[in-house]
Design a binder for this molecule. Structure first.
Ligand code: CA2
Length: 141
């Protein structure tokens, strides 16, 4: 089984600022956690992070025929990007939405999730653990 894990803008800055919201761990720590978990579960993962909407669309399109599922935290593009929503719909791979923070308790502009409309499941506010729950969901599905 092959899972693509996509992270959107500023996720590469985790642990550097705002530890109160996103925790003290870095993006490198997140990658290490996911890679270790995938090895434990005997699956393949590809980790992709980009600050660019079009690059994320390209990566989702390239997953077609190459991956069995997508775990995605589109970060701020969650709340703005119809392009990422359409890309997820276009490949029709099982997708899971992740948010490190509990967006439901944050600003009004974070209350809409376009990407979430193309996802089978969302894990929100569980910190890095949410990515592992997303992987489990795709394995068990
Ligand atoms: O909670 C999440 O996982 C988010 O997707 C994180 C995004 C935010 O825009 C979403 O509403 C919720 C932000 C990514 C990280 O941004 C940073 C901001 C300051 C310092 C470090 C990272």
């Amino acid at each position: 089984m092959r899972i693509l894990v996509i992270n959107g803008p500023n996720i590469n800055m985790l642990g550097i600022r705002e530890p109160g919201i996103y925790g003290k761990n870095t993006y490198a720590d997140l990658c290490e956690l996911i890679e270790g978990y995938a090895a434990e579960k005997g699956i393949e993962v590809k980790l992709f992070q980009s600050n660019h909407e079009g690059s994320i669309v390209d990566e989702i399109q390239a997953a077609y025929g190459n991956f069995d599922g997508i775990v995605i935290n589109p970060a701020a593009y969650t709340h703005t990007s119809v392009a990422i929503l359409d890309a997820l719909k276009s490949v029709a791979l099982p997708a899971v939405e992740i948010h490190i923070s509990d967006v439901s308790k944050r600003e009004d502009f974070r209350q809409i999730s376009y990407a979430g409309m193309a996802c089978e499941k969302s894990f929100i506010g569980l910190g890095f653990e949410g990515y592992l729950r997303g992987i489990d969901y795709l394995i068990e599905r």
